[in-house]
Design a protein around this ligand. Structure first.
Ligand SMILES: Nc1ncnc2c1ncn2[C@@H]1O[C@H](COP(=O)(O)OP(=O)(O)OP(=O)(O)O)[C@@H](O)[C@H]1O
Length: 307
């Protein structure tokens, strides 16, 4: 069934380079209007997936739908609505930022006004006259995004756009993506190997490792997944003795050191009951804490799970 709320939808996308499987049945779902963070360690298959979405690799097994239509059948028409930054585009170093854009704009027969529009969008108007060789890496990235924005695409696909940027450049890029989504209604698929780079800007995330999609959902879903991993840590005198005295209550507890027990957090009521029971059997409680893994921990846990 056609789901128009999804701007990108792949079904069981598989791909191999020669005999080596690179992607295994990846079913990506990128909602219209989202910023989708596509996360995974180096070699996970992110670039390969993005290339397949752009028809840059031979037809894979499985299907790719963009804007609800099959990419294989309507490639040219669909890609007119997509702007992509897959590898750093070759910029003409001796030309100004504006002239770099003009060269591409003319080649593609786009309206003259687009150049000034995209320069303003990426915040390069004031530097438009300077030769690109004087640009910082962050400015080059923004110019590259301006090139991708020239045809006013509804979908932007950016492969690791923060690579090599300094913290300031990363913040600028994040703000640009947010602005493009909020004010211009773009859907943005952005890949990264660092959760921290996308978690503040993404509404949705997909986590890939070894060519398999391990998690996909809204950032809120990931946070929920994270909440499910909270645990409590109890510092006492003799952890093993506690387990023996309360075998049912501490059935899912691990003795992590002579005086430490760790168990999954279920509810505040359970914590309160446990405290009472430990005291009732005469065990001293030195400390009790609830530990919530960070989103980064959750991401690392996910991506390390099948190492
Ligand atoms: N042209 C190719 N021929 C053979 N294997 C390839 C080719 N391109 C990529 N691969 C392999 O495919 C796997 C996935 O690579 P891909 O570039 O998609 O990963 P990635 O998640 O984008 O990682 P990175 O962040 O390092 O680019 C890797 O094991 C890589 O070695």
């Amino acid at each position: 069934m056609l789901d128009t709320s999804l701007l990108i939808e792949t079904e069981q996308l598989s791909f191999q380079f020669g005999p080596t499987p690179i992607l295994r049945a990846v079913s990506l779902q990128v909602p219209t209007g989202s910023i989708y963070g596509f996360l995974g360690p180096n070699g996970a298959g992110k670039s390969t997936t993005l290339r397949l979405l752009l028809g840059l690799l031979p037809a894979p097994a499985g299907s790719v739908r963009l804007f609800g239509h099959d990419l294989g059948r309507h490639r040219e028409a669909l890609l007119r609505h997509v702007g992509a930054l897959i590898e750093s585009p070759s910029l003409y170093e001796h030309l100004s930022g504006r002239d770099n854009l003009e060269a591409t704009r003319r080649l593609r027969g786009l309206p003259a006004a687009r150049t000034a529009t995209v320069l303003a969008l990426v915040g390069l108007t004031a530097d438009a006259h300077r030769p690109v060789r004087q640009y910082s890496l962050g400015m080059r990235q923004r110019l590259s995004i301006a090139l991708a924005l020239l045809p006013d695409p509804e979908l932007l696909i950016l492969d690791e756009p923060t690579n090599g940027l300094d913290p300031n450049g990363i913040i600028e890029l994040r703000e640009l993506l947010r602005y493009l989504q909020r004010e211009h209604g773009k859907t943005i698929l952005v890949s990264s190997h660092l959760l921290s780079e996308v978690e503040r800007v993404a509404s949705h995330v997909g986590v890939i490792r070894g060519g398999e999609l391990l998690f996909q959902g809204s950032l809120a879903d990931l946070q929920l997944h994270q909440a499910g991993q909270a645990h409590i840590v109890i510092e006492t005198q003799d952890a093993a003795a506690c387990r023996q005295l309360l075998p049912a209550e501490l059935a899912d507890a691990h003795v992590t050191s002579a005086g430490t027990l760790q168990l999954p957090f279920r509810s505040p009521e359970r914590v309160a009951a446990l405290v009472q029971q430990l005291v009732a059997v005469g065990q001293p409680l030195y400390q009790i804490a609830c530990r919530q893994p960070s989103l980064e921990d959750t991401f690392l846990h996910l991506t390390a799970a099948r190492a």
